[in-house]
Design a protein around this ligand. Sequence first.
Ligand SMILES: Cc1cc2nc3c(=O)[nH]c(=O)nc-3n(C[C@H](O)[C@H](O)[C@H](O)COP(=O)(O)OP(=O)(O)OC[C@H]3O[C@@H](n4cnc5c(N)ncnc54)[C@H](O)[C@@H]3O)c2cc1C
Length: 458
Amino acid sequence: MAMMTGEQYRESLRDGRQLYIDGHAIADATKEPLLERSVDWIAEGYDRFHDPAPNAAGPYYDIPGSPQDLREQLEKLLEWDMVTVTTSQGLLALLTAAARMRDQYPEYADRIESYFEYCKERDLRGVQTITDAKGHRKLSPSKQPDPDVYVHIVDRNADGIVITGAKMHISAAGLSHELVVMPTKNMKPGEEDWAVACAVPVNTPGVKIINTTYAPRGHAEYHPYSGRYNMPEGFVIFDKVFVPNERVFLAGEIEHSATFAHSLGLWERLGGTAHLAETGDLLVGLAQLVSEANGIADVPHIRDKICEIIIYATLVRAGLEAAITHAHATPEGWVYPSELYTNAAKHFGAAEFSHMVRHLHDIGGGAILTAPTMDDLRNDEIGPYVAKYMKTMEGVDAEYRMKLFHAVRDITADTYGGWQLVTMIQSGGGLFAQRLVAAKHYDIAAAKRLALEAAGLA
Ligand SMILES: Cc1cc2nc3c(=O)[nH]c(=O)nc-3n(C[C@H](O)[C@H](O)[C@H](O)COP(=O)(O)OP(=O)(O)OC[C@H]3O[C@@H](n4cnc5c(N)ncnc54)[C@H](O)[C@@H]3O)c2cc1C
């Protein structure tokens, strides 16, 4: 087995997978205009990491063995495309779940470890397929009028299981090779059929994926960020999909139904926090450049707002650092980040993100939305007017200033910006989930002791 090149990755997508977008079937994902750039981005990653040696493997298959490994992995992750990130996070989550299940279910733990090697040997990309359709939010899976709103086992035989249901918002699903399916929540007695975790190749009969994307539908130049970095989300339908035993990691053991989501939540929130820290610094940079280009960098209320974004970005990064520094080790010697710091930092970063974007919008002004396009600037008739009125001072010409505004709009106020606002909140399971996990891992007894002492009650 060897690593794939970008071209081999493109070829691997022509495997009979059933993809849809905007109401039509996709014959070849590599030629679909709204997916083309996403495919290129992933293919570029394959070419970048490609090593022809027979047993070579990409760094996204590294298992951190120390906090320093974890830190280095997070730094690398910021440069990977989305599906390479989900491959690493999803497999680390599976391994974390295997470590937590090994005592009780060694066979499942062994299957997970074999599956990890299977993906690594073939240089496959995988996505985390967790969030169910969920129907009426207050009803548990077994009480739903339609049992399929949570993915469940509809048949079992000696060779494997058959599953039906749908998983929503699955990042990069249509451009990946493997769907790593896990239960979205804890299942109760009587809900054994919904306690299912397994791995399904994207081209398995019965799998259909409806794609949505924030890839620009207009001029790529007008979307300097999302024109280069975009990835579809998949609405993944499982219609009586057969899964062989060696790919089944849970099939009815309800006591471990939440183990997978908790393990993944941890890795996804750690990656989300790293992304928030990076984006916080990006917001600082944009706010500073725009204020300089507008001549207001030294105005007190502008400085104040930029300072607030600086403090935000620094505190998110501090939480990330603490999550790594206080990492724990599994009996196998694999390292996973602190639940408390990961969840607290992710919650803070996500909850305050829109507030920081508000500061950037306040500082930037209306041209964030209305700066003309570069084609307007290049037009012989109107271009000179655009150049004249978009210039603010010596050294800040129209092109420079317009490119800054286009970046701010694209990253925070257009299709990708809207995607980002919601994703910061919902990725890794939403704010409430992060509060619950942070509170669960906080040392409340120590806090109470402190309070009792302060009150003279100890
Ligand atoms: C861009 C994007 C990418 C994503 N990528 C992935 C991915 O790759 N893989 C994946 O598995 N998931 C992915 N997700 C899904 C994400 O994890 C979910 O959106 C998130 O967990 C919230 O679930 P939901 O969207 O079904 O919203 P809901 O569950 O409907 O939640 C909405 C609100 O209702 C509240 N709520 C829901 N149920 C109850 C209840 N019973 N009682 C009280 N309050 C309740 C929630 O706390 C929340 O405040 C992605 C989401 C987005 C936006």
